[in-house]
Design a binder for this molecule. Structure first.
Ligand code: SF4
Length: 390
């Protein structure tokens, strides 16, 4: 053991029936391998526990996909002053550092290649698996297309605009060793929002054995979805594709600078419904402080105009609103409580008036009622902990 480790986290997601791998060093596998060992650490979705390390002196490079993993590293650094910790990854996005970090902990906002002095995407993409994963299991992992950056960058609630990382793949080099044939694979094509001009890159995606599907995020704009249809009908690989509605009415999309309009979004969903996709997903945000009664009527109209999703489902994921540091709505909501863990500030839960609580609650009822008969699944588990929906 060289006492240099590259830590990646993984979760056994029982609700989803799959292993979720935070494989942040796949792009730099050979660079990392030349400097140390990979160390997979199992983590619960929200775990903030200290990480058990196999040595007391050395260096740990950590790929943090979520903010709680950053907190885990901070606690571990305090307990292990002889180990240097270097953290990077999407878990750092939109997180404000409001207090001193331990002297043995630093954050890196650039790619791993940049950190070690190599040009981006110089190495071959590779993946090795945690020991706990067994043949036949379902795996979810990421093949990054670009670096945590969005070409739109205007949504008022989003924390991506504060991220300066620029990194873009020009060719697809996703190859997996033969032993991956034994695993059922859901591969996220990592981009915050697929750009229309990048869609043709998807033609290079390999038709892997035992592939569950490729998962994509895009925006509901006509050009993107039309280009995607052209590519998806040429390929025999299955796709799950999703975009966020947040609040699907013209007035609210203007409020949040989403750049959508109702006619176009409905057309996009009709086009997607024509493609043989495994599933379409959509994000929906609740906890707004600016709803008016008209929004409820407009929302009903949105659902009425949706096609019936026949061969696959539209799955709606409902999120509570948080106000992230650096987002455009920061400062525009009253604060209910701030989310601070150690030296990290993650934003705040906004305070909203009783009238707004009532309107948000009505919205949830509309979503549930008007989804019926359209083959739409509504997932509410992420708002359960949020007080107005208790
Ligand atoms: S919400 Fe999505 S589309 Fe909007 S700026 Fe953020 S990443 Fe881009």
């Amino acid at each position: 053991m060289k006492n240099v480790v590259f830590i990646q986290f993984y979760t056994n997601s029982e609700e989803m029936g799959r292993w979720v791998l935070g494989n942040g060093f796949s792009d730099t596998y050979d660079i990392c391998k030349s400097k140390g060992d990979f160390l997979w650490i199992e983590t619960g979705r929200d775990s903030e526990d200290i990480i058990e390390l196999p040595f007391k002196t050395g260096t740990a490079y950590v790929s943090c996909c979520m903010g709680n993993q950053l907190v885990r590293v901070w606690k571990t650094a305090l307990q292990n002053p002889e180990i240097e910790f270097v953290c990077g990854g999407p878990g750092l996005i939109g997180v404000e550092v409001i207090d001193d970090l331990p002297a043995n902990m630093k954050l890196s906002y650039n790619s791993v290649e940049w950190y070690f002095g190599y040009p981006d995407f110089t190495g071959k993409w590779k993946l090795s698996l945690p020991d706990a994963v067994q043949a036949g299991d379902k795996l979810y992992f990421n093949y990054g297309l670009d670096g945590n950056h969005c070409y739109w960058n205007k949504c008022s609630y989003c924390n991506r605009p504060s991220w300066k990382g620029q990194r873009k793949r020009k060719i697809i080099d996703l190859e997996l060793d033969d032993y991956f044939q034994d695993y059922n694979k859901l591969i996220r094509i990592g981009t915050e929002a697929l750009q229309p001009k990048d869609i043709y890159l998807l033609k290079q995606l390999p038709d892997l054995p035992n592939l569950w599907c490729y998962k994509l995020n895009f925006r509901f704009d006509r050009k993107t979805v039309k280009n995607f249809k052209e590519v998806a009908t040429e390929l025999s690989t299955p796709f799950v594709g999703g975009a966020s509605f947040e609040f699907p009415t013209d007035r609210m999309w203007k409020v949040m600078n989403k750049g959508y309009n109702l006619d176009e979004v409905i057309e996009c969903l009709e086009i997607l419904n024509d493609i043989d996709m495994a599933m379409i997903t959509g994000g929906f945000m609740l906890g707004w402080n600016c709803l008016i009664n008209q929004d409820i009527d407009d929302l009903k109209q949105f659902f009425q105009r949706l096609p019936v999703f026949r061969n696959k489902k539209l799955v709606l994921f409902i999120w509570p609103m948080y106000v992230f540091p650096g987002s455009m709505i920061d400062g525009k909501y009253d604060i209910d409580h701030k989310i601070i863990k150690g030296p990290f500030y993650f934003g705040y839960v906004p305070k909203i008036s009783f009238e707004q609580e009532v309107l948000n609650d009505k919205v949830l009822k509309v979503i549930e009622e008007y989804s019926k008969g359209k083959n739409i699944d509504v997932h509410k588990e992420w708002i359960k902990s949020w007080k107005i929906f208790e």
